[in-house]
Design a protein around this ligand. Structure first.
Ligand code: UN1
Length: 504
């Protein structure tokens, strides 16, 4: 069984549910509507960051596989473009139903490979379903505009035209939500897709693609190639047939993608790093502010580009906030993501754990470590990539831990004299994704909205979180290109055609 290909399994099983339950540990690429072995027959291992358990084997795809996927997406495009938007929506709605009906199983797989808690894994699967539903709903909304002409007899209107095959390169930290929030708008507006999932979390994307497959999506409309970004990425970037690239990941990779994609005239959408501040003003309810800080900084082991990584507190309440934050952080339960009582799971990989530990060492040179930052000693966590949540006290924004994105459970605390100093410190960063303020002072809250350099602002809630129906994205080095999600996604996944219509 273990070596039987997923394709053989599919052919043997009679219904969708048993396909999932009976799956072997080998998964395949999805190209032109078929589950296909990689042309080199090589596989990479998908392992749990909690205990190293083997979760599956996924193709280590070749450039040839990527080319095949691009070809399939190109061939499927003309027909998909002609398919009515209402019909496209039917596939998305069906896929949403499938994800919802399997949310527990998919959530479990997601948490097993990524390390976030099971509640988050199921929640993220439901979020993916909700994103599909939102874009299915867009099929009933007006697209384009009618604009008055200078001539009485001329009608001017605009249409939204799909781009063609688009390439999606996605991150491991929201392994089903991010692929869905790129794929759903791409599809509804008439594009075909080649997706390259993060190699640390392929199973979540497999579930999404499988849901679309079972929903009856025509062949070639979505293609999925698993494996290394260094092999598949260049194919997507260099192919003249791929018209746009949407990427979520590190700034370093994002910048390279931008450079290469622009050379072949592609549209580019990049979601990259964050160093998101939470500002706590003196009038804030400290207990609530601490809770908001903990959720923002440590849920998902801090592995969100929207995570809170800098907390800036007015001096009047600084000590109270700091002491309570340490106290509550000490009580957070680290453990197996699949256990119901766990608050925080492991880092996603050994290399991510090493990065966090290295940054903690760096932090010790420039700041005071108030709590955490060590590998926990419990026997049952010894096989996992765990790090205790770390709280640093800094005296200036210059510390490396306050400037670089760490992507782990590490937060800095800075004491400031007043609101103006708080905003200055909050804006003293290359990034500008999300920011949050805790206050009951309505005028300062409103002023913060205007003063802060961020694409998303939270008042009295944590910096993370993204609802599907609203724009998502940042300013400065955090993002590039049009916003993701909500109605704004149409900006990236279509181009505008202006039509002048006259009578003869
Ligand atoms: C969220 O905060 O719920 O990679 C979503 C990331 C972001 C998504 C954050 N693109 O962390």
């Amino acid at each position: 069984m273990a070596n039987q290909s997923y394709k053989d399994q599919l052919n043997q099983s009679s219904d969708g549910q048993s396909q999932l339950q009976d799956r072997t540990t080998r998964y395949q690429n999805y190209i032109n509507g078929q589950w296909l072995e990689s042309s080199a027959g090589q596989y990479g291992q998908n392992r749990s960051p909690h205990n190293g358990e083997l979760l599956g084997e996924f193709p280590a795809s070749t450039a040839e596989d990527a080319k095949e996927s691009i070809k399939a997406a190109k061939e499927a495009f003309p027909q998909w473009k002609k398919t009515s938007i209402q019909q496209r929506a039917v596939y998305l709605s069906k896929a949403a139903e499938i994800l919802k009906s399997r949310a527990h199983e998919i959530g479990r797989d997601l948490s097993s490979e990524e390390g976030k808690t099971i509640a988050e894994g199921i929640g993220e699967t439901m979020r993916a379903a909700s994103i599909l539903e939102f874009y299915a709903g867009e099929a009933r909304q007006a697209v384009g505009q009618v604009i008055p002409s200078v001539n009485a007899s001329t009608m001017i209107y605009t249409k939204r035209i799909p781009l063609g095959p688009v390439g999606l390169i996605t991150s491991w930290n929201f392994p089903i939500a991010i692929p869905t929030w790129k794929m759903a708008p791409a599809l509804i507006y008439g594009n075909t897709v080649v997706i390259k999932p993060a190699d640390l979390t392929p199973k979540s994307v497999y579930h999404l693609v499988n849901a679309l497959h079972e929903a009856g999506l025509p062949k070639g409309v979505v293609n999925c190639v698993f494996g290394r970004g260094s092999i598949i990425g260049p194919e997507l970037l260099q192919s003249p047939d791929i018209k746009a690239i949407s990427f979520t990941g590190s700034n370093q990779v994002g910048e390279t993608i931008k450079e290469q994609a622009i050379k072949t005239g592609k549209k580019v959408q990049l979601e990259m790093g964050g160093k998101n501040p939470l500002v706590v003003l003196k009038d804030a309810d400290i207990e609530k502010a601490v809770y908001i800080a903990i959720k923002g900084a440590f849920i998902s082991t801090g592995q969100k580009c929207t995570a809170t990584s800098r907390i800036i507190v007015e001096e009047d309440v600084y000590e109270m906030f700091r002491d309570r934050l340490i106290e509550r952080t000490k009580s957070l339960k680290l453990g197996n993501p699949l256990d119901a009582g766990t608050f925080m799971g492991p880092c996603v990989s050994k290399s991510q754990q090493d990065t966090v530990l290295t940054m903690v060492e760096e932090g010790r040179k420039e700041a005071t470590l108030l709590y955490g930052g060590t590998v926990p000693e419990q026997e049952e966590l010894a096989k996992g990539f765990y790090v205790q949540p770390a709280i640093f006290e800094i005296t200036s924004q210059d510390a490396r831990i306050a400037r670089e994105e760490i992507f782990g459970p590490v937060v800095t605390l800075l004491k400031v004299t007043d609101y103006n100093e708080a905003v200055k410190a909050a804006n003293d960063t290359l990034f500008g994704l999300s920011a949050s303020v805790c206050t009951n002072n309505l005028s300062l809250a409103q002023q913060f909205v205007d003063d802060i350099e961020a694409g998303m602002v939270h008042i009295n809630s944590e910096t993370s979180g993204a609802e599907p129906q609203v724009p998502f994205g940042g300013v400065k080095s955090s993002s590039d290109g049009p916003r993701e999600q909500g109605k704004t996604a149409v900006e990236f996944y279509t181009q505008v055609k202006t039509i002048y219509m006259d009578q003869l």
